[in-house]
Design a protein. Structure first.
Length: 92
């Protein structure tokens, strides 16, 4: 009977150790958000990134200043429309 209790104790301790190791490894792992560039100082993000420009163009009033800083050719590449036409349609 005593041997059975000792085995249970070691099994429980083993489970706790394994759980702790996996927990520590999980906490040390980089999250996908840590790999993103830090644009905290500039709400515009990367003005060379086509997908970012598309996103900005969906919010023309909120990101007006950002959109006006995009190169016209890059804006056309991202949205299929000229920056001047886009600005006129949005009352700039």
């Amino acid at each position: 009977m005593m041997k059975k209790k000792n085995n249970r104790f070691y099994v429980i301790v083993g489970i706790i150790v394994v759980a702790a190791v996996f927990g520590i490894l999980f906490l040390l792992q980089k999250t996908p958000y840590q790999n993103l560039p830090n644009y905290a100082t500039d709400e515009c993000g990367n003005l060379q990134d086509v997908s970012n420009i598309q996103h900005l163009s969906h919010h023309p009033q909120q990101y007006r200043d950002c959109i006006s800083r995009v190169e016209p050719q890059k804006f056309f590449e991202a949205t299929g429309q000229s920056l001047d036409d886009f600005a006129k349609r949005n009352g700039w």
